[in-house]
Design a protein around this ligand. Structure first.
Ligand SMILES: *Cc1c(COP(=O)(O)O)cnc(C)c1O
Length: 417
């Protein structure tokens, strides 16, 4: 399958490589985009070929639930963007995380996870706990907390790059050193930064998760997720690889197990149409995100200077506790910030005064979106858990889009009166 890029392709610049990725293998009629392959099943030259494809001895497709050529073209792009060795795509980011965790952990295992994870990921970890995997939550801005939580049963350390909504930055390089020293699998959810702002492999990540729904797709018109193996982990040391999947090259053992046990058996398959939307979106990732990050910095600075704003949380601000760390790790500080209004401004009334900014839960869209976090996406977890994550009742999260800067500044200023 087209899951790895040739050397010449990976030496090209980030955007060039994405744009010309599909043409690395021949495309029907010389089409510039990999076409939509909607067939669920495939035909073979003869019975021997049929058996060879099903046994993985020959490249090819067995059944649409395990992948299709359009999705494989997207997988090749994600692999190249993350400088990995192979990628499996899923119907959503959550499906990717769920499949990874279920395929690679067993009851009795232990996971060390950041305390500041995406809400649904935290909820997923609580399901895993109900099935016998214990989880210790730590402050991932401090690598020594991660190290102190590791036990002989620890299989995975799971962190995000920049937390949503409070923008805590994980100490990614030092956590990578801890994981390598202790032989623990290091999984980084790179959704908030995307491979344009940060490549987790550079900090020692073994598996990288991306919710393609967000910046990589970018247009808020398709859901998708991906798991990429960076090729760093020695899977012969990992106790949970099933013998069946040890026939492939060593570096592909885990991705094979994730594709079979995670994708094939749970069935959260990325459809070809969605893969196409996400592939087209990925072509402009760098252009969009540069503009989004620039807009975010301008807005964050303006709000921080505003008398009616109590606090702004954005790693690009000098006042952010991990500002220096973020500068050392990321190309830019991301396109998401959150802020708290002072007590004279009712957050709901403020949101109702916004004319351009859309009240919405998504992030990574081209449009700027805002949401009162405690009352919506972090409502279910309750006040105690919110407090432990630093989420005030008045906190507003902003996912910054590509609109013209002056229009965004004007909208926030008129709503703050
Ligand atoms: C949105 C998000 C996910 C889940 O992605 P979906 O495609 O919505 O399932 C996972 N992790 C992070 C950090 C996210 O922001």
């Amino acid at each position: 399958m087209a899951t790895d890029m040739t050397n010449t392709t990976s030496e090209r610049g980030f955007t060039t490589a994405i744009l010309h990725s599909d043409r690395a293998s021949p495309i029907e009629h010389g089409a510039l985009h990999k076409p939509l392959h909607l067939s669920v099943a495939y035909g073979y030259a003869d019975a021997h070929e049929l058996a060879a494809v099903f046994q993985g001895r020959q490249p090819g497709y067995a059944y649409g639930r395990q992948g299709n050529p359009t999705t494989a073209a997207l997988e090749a792009k994600v692999t190249a963007m993350e400088r990995g060795v192979a990628t499996v795509c899923f119907s959503t980011g959550m499906a990717a995380i769920g499949a990874l965790l279920l395929a690679l952990t067993r009851g009795g295992d232990h996971v060390v996870a950041s305390r500041y994870l995406f809400g649904n990921t935290t909820s997923l970890f609580s399901t895993l706990e109900a099935h016998g995997t214990s989880v210790t939550y730590v402050d991932a801005t401090a690598a020594h907390e991660v190290e102190a939580a590791i036990t002989p049963a620890t299989r995975i350390v799971f962190v995000e790059t920049i937390a949503n909504p409070r923008t805590q930055v994980a100490d990614l390089a030092r956590i990578g050193e801890v994981c390598r020293r202790r032989g623990v699998l290091y999984v980084v959810d790179n959704t908030m930064t995307s491979p344009w702002l940060f490549r987790p492999v550079d900090c020692g990540a073994d598996l990288v998760v991306n919710a393609l729904t967000k910046y990589i797709g970018g247009h808020g018109n398709a859901l998708g997720g991906a798991v990429t193996d960076t090729g760093r982990y020695d899977w012969t040391r990992y106790p949970n690889i099933i013998d069946t999947y040890k026939s492939a090259k060593r570096e592909l053992w885990a991705i094979q197990q994730i594709r079979k046990k995670g994708l094939r058996d749970f069935g959260a398959t990325l459809a070809a149409e969605q893969a196409h939307h996400l592939s087209v979106g990925a072509e402009t990732l760098a252009l969009r995100l540069d503009r989004q990050c620039a807009n975010a910095l301008v807005l964050a600075r303006r709000l921080e200077a505003h008398p009616r704003v109590r606090a702004v949380h954005y790693p690009g601000l000098d006042s952010h506790p991990q500002h220096t760390l973020a500068k050392s790790l990321f190309r830019a500080a991301g396109a998401l910030f959150s802020f708290e209004l002072d007590d004279t401004v009712d957050p709901f009334a403020f949101l109702d005064r916004l004319r351009l900014v859309v009240l919405s839960s998504n992030l990574g869209d081209n449009r700027t979106l805002a949401i009162p976090v405690a009352h919506t996406i972090f409502w279910e977890m309750g006040p105690a858990r919110r407090a432990s994550m630093g989420i005030a009742d008045s906190l507003i999260r902003v996912s910054v889009g590509i609109e013209d800067e002056a229009d965004l500044v004007a909208d926030f200023e008129q709503a703050l009166v």
